[in-house]
Write a protein that binds this ligand. Structure first.
Ligand SMILES: Nc1ncnc2c1ncn2[C@@H]1O[C@H](COP(=O)(O)OP(=O)(O)OP(=O)(O)O)[C@@H](O)[C@H]1O
Length: 471
């Protein structure tokens, strides 16, 4: 049932239109002039306005009312009633943003047809707008660390162009979110964002998946390049592409044309390609596993999503964000992290990065029995376990030069110790075997400070302004 406002100076036409709409189950309100109409719109937003153009005794005609409504509430659909022989005025009204018009005299069916279509179109528009908002939300890159702020800035810049982007970073570090972020903020945002995960497609099916097929009966099965026409194709795990497909993709990137499998005609597409890899593509090129020419075409703008362990200061806010979102979507009471739990999360290695953090938060919220703030012992963490193969090297550290790896280790180690001693620098210094002043200098050079969170002192990275140590 819709709420429909009928505006006409002739009472019998108003009544007639209202009767027809009410017979179809809608609620109606009526107005005879501009003041009545605008007051009705202000009182409660109608789902549809049926508006006569000529209104005797009104200070504005239908077109003026239409303009006012469009200015203030542009998403209310308006259907114009025009007198016979007044087509030009009706067409002018449509140009001003009316959904459609009907000419007097009209039949019940004509009125219902145009009213139903206007209501349906406005419902679809509202749904699409809601979807677009949720697309944008899905494509939010959260984090206040230097690394994430710099990444966001680059993504914003690249979203304004049509350049191809290659995103590198470990699994779960947000490569797909970054690709969605670019798409959602680009001129292509109204068109499709299509994902291909190369690792999940059988090699024999890859070309059909990407380029489509022409069947013997003349039917066409479009591939992902066609589905993403005008939009963006995200090639995830691009290193997993079989060599034959690599050659074909290269050709599409060079001239934006391809033939479907089983077909001879060339298909022209305008598809932006964003690709992602967790692997070292340059190493694979050296080993003859990835085409160098394709690499250069894909990585016009190369960007890196940093591992979570390299931006620990983002961990508390990401964790709180996931807790809030999950409790809302699962209908569970919201729980927050205690300061100790938050500090413990910051000492972990997170080989599965943001995805792993989200999973841990999901487990706490869904499986956790507790109430109130989440305590450290409730966190399902395998803290302190050596990484696979007995090595303590995290994936983040394993690929760094010695000096940077040592800094990363020292930073993580000292943060863990400070948090173990409740932010007490003297006790930490005694335990780690350093003079208090030397520890201060070291922490400063590593960008570590302690801040008060939830009543407790915790060590964090990169919030230099608050740096102030307690004994
Ligand atoms: N900066 C971020 N802000 C908010 N959520 C994030 C962020 N980074 C990652 N996520 C979330 O973490 C999860 C994993 O992210 P995503 O799928 O983008 O990672 P990926 O690098 O593409 O992983 P893979 O290489 O395994 O495909 C998603 O649920 C995503 O929403």
């Amino acid at each position: 049932m819709a709420d429909i406002l009928v505006v006409d100076d002739e009472a019998d036409i108003r009544e007639l239109v209202a009767d027809i709409l009410e017979d179809e189950g809608h609620a109606t309100r009526q107005a005879a002039d501009a003041d009545g109409a605008l007051r009705a719109v202000e009182t409660a937003r109608p789902d549809l306005i049926i508006l006569d153009i000529w209104l005797q005794g009104s200070r504005m005609d239908g077109i003026e009312i239409l303009k006012t409504v469009r200015r203030n509430q542009p998403d209310i659909p308006v259907v114009i009633i025009s007198g016979h022989g007044n087509i030009e005025v009706a067409v002018a009204a449509v140009k001003q943003g009316a959904y459609d018009f009907i000419e007097k005299p009209f039949t019940t069916d004509q009125l219902m047809l145009v009213a139903t279509r206007a209501l349906e179109a406005s419902r679809l528009r509202r749904e699409n707008a809601a979807l677009k908002v949720s697309d944008q939300q899905q494509a939010e890159i959260l984090g206040a660390s230097h690394a994430v702020a710099a990444l966001r800035q680059k993504l914003d810049r690249v979203a304004r162009t049509a350049s191809r982007v290659l995103l590198s970073g470990p699994s779960g570090s947000g490569k797909e979110v970054a690709a969605r972020y670019i798409h959602a903020r680009s001129e292509r945002s109204g068109k499709a964002f299509v994902v291909l995960n190369s690792a999940t497609i059988e090699p024999g099916k890859m070309e059909e998946t990407l380029f489509g097929r022409e069947r013997d009966d003349g039917g066409v099965v479009p591939g992902l390049f066609e589905k993403a026409h005008g939009g963006t194709l995200f090639l995830d795990e691009v290193a997993e592409m079989p060599p034959g497909t690599q050659a074909k993709i290269l050709r599409v990137l060079v001239d934006q044309r391809f033939a479907r499998v089983g077909g001879a005609d060339m298909v022209q597409v305008d598809t932006r390609v964003i690709s992602a890899t967790t692997r070292d593509l340059e190493g694979l090129i050296g080993a003859g596993k990835f085409r160098e020419d394709l690499y250069h075409r894909l990585s016009v703008v190369p960007l890196e999503t940093p591992p979570l362990a390299a931006r620990r200061e983002d961990i508390p806010m990401l964790a709180e964000h996931f807790l809030a979102r999950l409790s809302e979507s699962e209908g569970l009471p919201l729980r927050r992290l205690s300061a100790d739990a938050s500090a413990l999360l910051q000492t972990q290695n997170w080989p599965g990065n943001v995805r792993q953090l989200r999973n841990v938060m999901e487990q706490v919220l869904i499986l956790g029995q507790g109430a109130g703030d989440i305590r450290p012992e409730e966190l399902p963490l395998s803290a302190g376990e050596p990484a696979e193969g007995g090595s303590i090297l995290s994936p983040a550290m394993a690929t760094l030069p010695l000096r940077e790896a040592r800094e990363l280790f020292e930073r993580d180690y000292l943060i863990a110790q400070i948090n173990r001693f409740g932010g007490n620098i003297s006790k930490t210094a005694a335990f780690v075997g350093m003079e208090r002043s030397a520890l201060h200098r070291k922490l400063k050079s590593l960008g570590v400070a302690t801040v008060t969170r939830g009543g407790a002192r915790v060590a964090v990275v990169g919030e230099g302004d608050e740096e102030e140590f307690e004994d």
